[in-house]
Design a protein around this ligand. Structure first.
Ligand SMILES: *Cc1c(COP(=O)(O)O)cnc(C)c1O
Length: 372
């Protein structure tokens, strides 16, 4: 084998290539921004920017004009804070964790206060430091996950001293059913948000996620929080033109074989050939984010050909049937597509019986990663 032509990723010994298109990411951000104007678009970069690398993705979005970034956990904010300029705001959706208050203030990380108890701890921190501290207030408008109840909101509104020393940048809430445009939950949540925000006059609202941003003005407020739309998946069916794909995943063929009729394939022999078949084993398994539910159901692609997955998806490899290809077109080292031009993120999610969010955040760490 002539090693002089081997590429960087082959030299790195990677089983495949994960390509992240930063210009498509930027165009997706621009599209959401244009759609929601005069509201502004933040970027949700939790879970390592949905698996795509928050340390690269967040600065790229900053360069595109984004100044508001949401993570889920405090530790994620700590990692990201030094990589973003001071004028970028970094918010923690999961709230103010006990023990992090002083550090959170010192690092200029802004908590989303989800309960009265968190408000009290933030107020105490502001008192101790002798300076005002920024925060978002989240209200539960009908998801029962995070945020203050109506009673807590009333208590806050009735006693403004509870918020002394706290500079509230936005009041926010999260939509439970935004991907279903017709769901009556949406209007109910918007109405409840209006009531909450009327108790805090003059404070802007931060409301919709990706799907909510496209639902219309009453689901936006002054700031929307898109995640998935930036990363290239269609957040809602009302979107006619899809977002631009950001992710491409290819993996290499590590062995090929011809097997006779009656051959058992993979763990538990869940597939048995009914004729002579050509097979290829690809260096891609569930540890790399290829869902095991695609066993005997999904496919990988090669030059536009659909190559069905036969047998169970293993941890590190998967077997595909390549009998439909002209002999010799797919060989050892060939790259097959998992996510890309012929099979979108949504296609994979649908066949696997899950959502594109889970596919993205499940992408493994063994790929050779390249940012374009
Ligand atoms: C994850 C999350 C978002 C982003 O949701 P997408 O559907 O990916 O746009 C927005 N807001 C909150 C509170 C979230 O948890």
């Amino acid at each position: 084998m002539d090693m002089s032509h081997s590429t960087t990723w082959e030299k790195a010994g990677a089983p495949g290539i994960l390509t992240i298109d930063l210009s498509a990411l930027s165009r997706n951000y621009r599209r959401v921004s244009t759609t929601v104007a005069p509201a502004r678009a933040a970027a949700v970069v939790k879970a390592d920017a949905y698996g795509l690398g928050a340390q690269t993705v967040a600065p790229a979005l900053y360069a595109e004009g984004c100044r508001d970034f949401f993570v889920a956990q405090y530790a994620e904010a700590v990692t990201l804070r030094p990589l973003l300029p001071r004028d970028a705001a970094l918010y923690v959706l999961n709230g103010l964790q006990p023990g992090t208050e002083g550090d959170c203030a010192a690092r200029d990380i802004i908590p989303v206060l989800n309960s009265l108890e968190q408000v009290v701890r933030w107020r105490t921190t502001a008192e101790l430091l002798g300076r005002p501290l920024k925060a978002l207030l989240q209200f539960d408008t009908g998801m029962s996950r995070l945020g203050m109840s109506t009673e807590e909101a009333e208590a806050l509104a009735a006693d403004p001293t509870l918020l002394s020393g706290i500079e509230i940048l936005y009041v926010m809430s999260h939509l439970a059913c935004a991907d279903e445009a017709e769901d009556p939950h949406n209007a109910a949540q918007a109405e409840m948000m209006r009531r909450f925000s009327s108790s805090f006059p003059g404070i802007p609202v931060c409301f919709g996620n990706s799907a909510g941003a496209f639902l219309g003005e009453s689901f936006r407020g002054a700031l929307v929080r898109p995640g998935i739309a930036l990363y290239g998946a269609r957040p809602t069916d009302i979107l006619e033109r899809p977002m631009e794909p950001v992710v491409k995943i290819e993996a290499r063929v590590i062995q090929t074989r011809t097997v006779p009729s009656g051959t058992a394939i993979g763990y538990s022999a869940t597939h048995v050939t009914d004729s002579e078949r050509q097979l290829a084993t690809v260096a891609l398994g569930y540890a790399d984010g290829l869902p095991r539910t695609l066993s005997n159901r999904g496919a990988l692609y090669f030059k536009g050909h659909r190559l069905p997955i036969v047998g169970r998806v293993s941890m590190d490899s998967t077997i595909i049937d390549i009998s439909d290809l002209e002999p010799g077109t797919l060989t050892l080292g060939s790259l097959v597509e998992f996510i890309g031009e012929h099979q979108t993120l949504e296609d994979v999610a649908e066949t696997a019986g899950t959502i594109s969010w889970e596919i993205l955040t499940g992408i493994g760490h063994r790929y050779f990663r390249q940012y374009r």
